[in-house]
Design a protein around this ligand. Structure first.
Ligand code: E4P
Length: 216
């Protein structure tokens, strides 16, 4: 499973790259709003440090606007993927952009049928939001399972990015069911690294090592 980092924060992304867990990045307007500087400058900085897809989201609501935005975002760097919300206008734009060789990611997906339609429009990636589905009282990971089955049934090549990840369990379950990509907030990456028994084990080894040193 590939790990994307769900962040527009260059320091977090640098740390994930150093750890070897940054195969790509997803941003969105909310993540960009937390940072300083213009969106294109942030995308340029991220593209300098990440060797993989960097998702930049459109905000236009009409197809023509989405296509125009998509073209200018794609012109920033060859690794930019144009992230487009799953609306009718968005899917029409996906078809056009993909036919022009611009990669797209259809985002804000909350049902298997939205994922199938996004794939049929030609999206390179589809982005279902598990955390928000859980928060609405349903099972977000069941949505991923259903999308993976449908894609497998028909040999669909669009990659599934598990998004809106809330914690370690979402990452674990994504890996177990064979999701292609999990886009993970950096604080969750840090949680993946740590285990209380590892910390206790290290503390214990240090204590015992002191005894060994004292003898020599
Ligand atoms: C996906 O690419 C989105 O940026 C993201 O995962 C949104 O998650 P949220 O529900 O935490 O805002």
């Amino acid at each position: 499973m590939k790990f994307f980092i769900d962040s527009a924060n260059v320091d977090e992304i640098k740390q994930a790259v150093a750890l070897g867990v940054c195969d790509g990045v997803t941003t969105n307007p909310t993540l960009l709003a937390k940072e300083k500087g213009s969106a294109p400058d942030i995308f340029k900085s991220i593209c300098k440090i990440v060797d993989g897809p960097v998702n930049a989201e459109t905000i236009s609501l009409d197809t023509t606007g989405i296509i125009q935005e998509g073209r200018s975002l794609a012109a920033i760097h060859p690794n930019i993927v144009v992230k487009i919300p799953c609306t009718k206008e968005g899917l029409l734009a996906v078809k056009q952009l993909e036919s022009q060789g611009i990669k797209t990611n259809v985002t804000l997906i909350f049902s298997p049928m939205q994922a199938l339609l996004a794939a049929k429009a030609g999206a390179t990636f589809v982005c279902p939001f598990v955390g928000r589905v859980d928060d609405a009282g349903q099972d977000g990971m069941e949505l991923i399972e259903q999308i993976l089955i449908i894609f497998e049934n028909f040999g669909i090549n669009s990659e599934v990015i598990v998004a809106s990840i809330l914690g370690v369990q979402h990452v674990l379950r994504s890996a177990l069911i064979g999701a292609h990509i999990a886009t993970i907030p950096y604080p969750v990456v840090e949680k993946l690294v740590r285990h209380p028994l590892t910390d206790a084990g290290v503390a214990n080894f240090l204590k015992d090592w002191k005894k060994v040193k004292e003898r020599s």
